[in-house]
Design a protein around this ligand. Structure first.
Ligand code: 5GP
Length: 174
């Protein structure tokens, strides 16, 4: 079956919005250092671009959790594949995610990280599919709310492909 990708959000739209998020975070945390926690692999493109747009001191760490195989829906089971290198105690943590879908992965991660004693913990996601939510998750910074479609690009994959697209697209099977 042939695949093609339909553009949902252009590179310019994504870049502009990330710049706005960086400005908002810099304003909200004035005088502090923010500790960005990237959820690999999907969040890495977004976090790098976001970090470049933040004008206050930034530190970062990475973790990897998996709730997806190669299928397109959440299993609800979250496995920590790689934990953070550093403690979160007394830090102003922002968890940076590619997308919040059912919310299962994030509600698990936020609870787990919140138990490590950060000064504060917030969630920043590039994409949000609010229609799909099954678990209540408070998103503090959202790039875009999108419809219930399976998207790729900007770190998001379909069977590990398409992460490198500089825009957000929807895979179509022709
Ligand atoms: P949740 O636990 O919120 O259902 O799922 C979150 C994870 O599911 C995301 O970090 C992402 O890896 C994956 N996911 C959810 N929706 C999509 C989508 O539209 N495209 C891709 N590529 N991954 C998705």
């Amino acid at each position: 079956m042939a695949e093609s990708v339909r553009v949902l959000l252009t590179e310019e739209e994504v870049d502009k919005r990330i710049k706005e998020l960086g400005e908002a975070i810099s304003r909200d945390y004035q005088g502090e250092t923010v500790h960005l926690v990237c959820v690999l692999k999907g969040g890495v493109f977004f976090m790098c671009e976001l970090a470049k747009r933040i004008t206050i001191p930034v530190t970062m760490d990475f973790m990897s959790a998996s709730s997806y195989g190669s299928s397109t829906k959440s299993s609800g089971v979250v496995k920590i594949v790689k934990d953070l290198d550093e403690p979160l105690k007394d830090r102003h943590v922002i968890v940076v995610e590619d997308i919040v879908d059912s919310g299962r992965t994030l509600s698990y991660l936020l609870k787990m990280l919140g138990d490590r004693g950060p000064a504060s913990i917030k969630l920043c996601t590039l994409l949000d599919k609010p229609e799909r939510r099954v678990t209540d998750v408070k998103v503090d910074y959202t790039g875009f709310e999108i419809p219930d479609e399976f998207v790729v690009g900007y770190g998001l994959d379909y069977d590990q492909r398409y992460r490198n697209l500089p825009y957000i697209g929807v895979v179509e099977f022709n």
